[in-house]
Design a protein. Structure first.
Length: 78
């Protein structure tokens, strides 16, 4: 179990490094129009915007599933 946690952590770190290097390369080597197409107009907050989007999508899916379970099982409790 400990080995899995270590390898998941190593994979996450490698992923973060790869993404940051790719973003740095895109910022350094691409013209402004292409960079805005890839990263958006606010190029300094790409990571934060991505994380906010992921959290928002998770919460929407969680709420939908919770509503479904409440409709299915809340009526049978009474």
């Amino acid at each position: 179990m400990f080995k899995r946690i270590v390898w998941i952590g190593v994979g996450a770190v490698i992923g973060v490094i790869a993404v940051s290097k790719a973003q740095a390369y895109i910022k350094a080597k691409t013209p402004d129009n292409a960079r805005q197409f890839l990263l958006g107009p606010d190029q300094e907050r790409v990571g934060i915007r991505t994380l906010e989007g992921l959290v928002h999508d998770f919460n929407v899916a969680r709420q939908a599933r919770e509503d479904e379970l409440n409709r299915r099982y809340a009526g049978s409790v009474h």
